[in-house]
Design a binder for this molecule. Structure first.
Ligand code: PLP
Length: 404
């Protein structure tokens, strides 16, 4: 008799964004004439840049001719893309990564959740609180979380690292030594970036205790401060203790195209076994490669025109972020993030709960944001706004918030 994976029964409620979507649907049904401003889900809004589109058109045509047709892609990605990634993302920053240490995939979400498959079931996992929910949920599915504590709103076997105003939203080392440590900078949801010195301290800590850092750098393209690290491999020793996840979603608008990559140095070994070789085996067995057309699109991100065009898009989003942050501060709000990330993390006024503030903004101002408590208990009392809307909408959102 077939039985289910009971770990799935441990998953909590509906996913944060499903609850937001339900509330929005209900509001729209009751207010058909309202014009909502959506600053909730972290999806980009600008279309694919022309240089990238041209590369895709060309690749589409190639697929239609027998002599240029491409079938299954190489397991780890096409050489042309892996070389472009290494040159532009790593060697330009003085980081020594080889093309065969890049694993091309369909995005950071799948990679950062699938990666835990290659680690022991009993590994202790540390996550930030608040956190991108995927790290927690994928470890719940794998049976690594323990039971959910309703009162504390935490899983008993996960190590939560509070990210609060008092530590500047950068976690301190946990009291119990973890085996796997998820870090994400610039951070979703707080919008805060980490300094090289603090990241180096995390690398030193991981090396000392024998842990592996799972580093999600999906938002590195939004870093405006030149002193901040774009990659964990800028830190010395990281090749022995870190895995990095990157995405084309937020830098080049590939949320609907799907492309990302994971970097594992061949120097990363656990009990003498190569983690790179294990992930290569897993990737080759369970994944048949990102589409040729999309990998050509990814290559075009690094062409001079592509690069210039995506930088212009990022600048547009960051203009929104800067505007939202300054205007909210002027309106008396306490605001974080928004300088090296497309997220604004604001403290709810008058001690309102995150969901009460969500309801207030939705019902009285027609603005959709994301309640901080949906990202973990330490997100309670906070609220996330994204800079992915238009400038006009950002301006109107502020007018509406001021009028509350
Ligand atoms: N990592 C973080 C921290 C994210 O916020 C997101 C998307 O919002 C992702 C990964 C997903 O990236 P991708 O679209 O490449 O799957």
């Amino acid at each position: 008799m077939a039985t289910i994976n009971e770990n799935y029964l441990n998953l909590q409620g509906s996913y944060l964004f499903q609850t937001v979507a339900r509330k929005v649907r209900e509001f729209e049904a009751g207010n058909p004439d309202a014009r909502l401003i959506k600053l909730g889900i972290g999806d980009v809004t600008q279309p694919i840049a022309p240089a990238i589109l041209n590369a895709m058109h060309k690749a589409v045509d190639e697929m239609g001719a027998a002599n240029t047709f491409h079938g299954y892609a190489p397991d780890l990605g096409y050489e042309f893309l892996r070389t472009a990634i290494v040159e532009n993302e790593y060697r330009k920053r003085g980081i020594d990564i080889e093309p065969d240490e890049i694993f091309v995939s369909d995005g950071a979400k799948s990679d950062c959740s699938n990666i835990q498959e290659i680690f022991d079931q009993n590994n202790l996992v540390a996550v930030c609180d608040p956190v991108y929910p995927v790290y927690v949920d994928s470890n719940v599915m794998a049976g690594r979380s323990g039971a959910f504590n309703e009162e504390k709103k935490l899983y008993s076997n996960l190590i939560y690292m509070p990210c609060t105003e008092s530590n500047g939203f950068i976690p301190d080392f946990p009291k119990i030594n973890p085996d796997l440590i998820y870090l994400c900078f610039p951070n979703n949801p707080t919008g805060v970036a980490i300094t090289k010195e603090r990241l180096q301290a995390w690398v030193d800590y991981a090396l000392k205790i024998g842990a592996v850092i799972l580093y999600d750098a999906a938002y590195e393209a939004y870093i405006s401060d030149d002193t901040l690290p774009h990659s964990i491999f800028e830190c010395s020793g990281a090749e022995y203790c870190a895995i990095e996840f990157r995405s084309f979603s937020k830098n080049a608008g590939f949320t609907g195209l799907r492309l990302g990559f994971t970097v594992i140095s061949k120097k990363l070994k656990l009990s003498g076994k190569s983690v790179h070789a294990m992930w290569a085996r897993r990737h080759g067995t369970k994944y048949n490669g990102a589409p040729y057309i999309i990998q050509r699109a990814g290559e075009a991100v690094y062409s001079p025109e592509g690069n210039q065009q995506i930088n212009a898009q990022i600048a547009t989003y960051m203009k929104n972020a800067q505007f939202l942050k300054t205007a909210l501060k002027d309106a008396g709000y306490t605001v974080y993030g928004g300088e090296n990330a497309p997220y604004i993390w604001l403290k709810t006024p008058n001690g309102l709960s995150s969901w009460d503030f969500f309801d207030l903004l939705l019902n009285k101002a027609g603005i959709v944001g994301t309640p901080g408590s949906g990202f973990g208990p330490n997100g309670e009392g906070f609220f996330r706004l994204t800079a992915f809307g238009t400038y006009e909408n950002s301006v109107e959102a502020i007018e509406r918030i001021k009028g509350l």
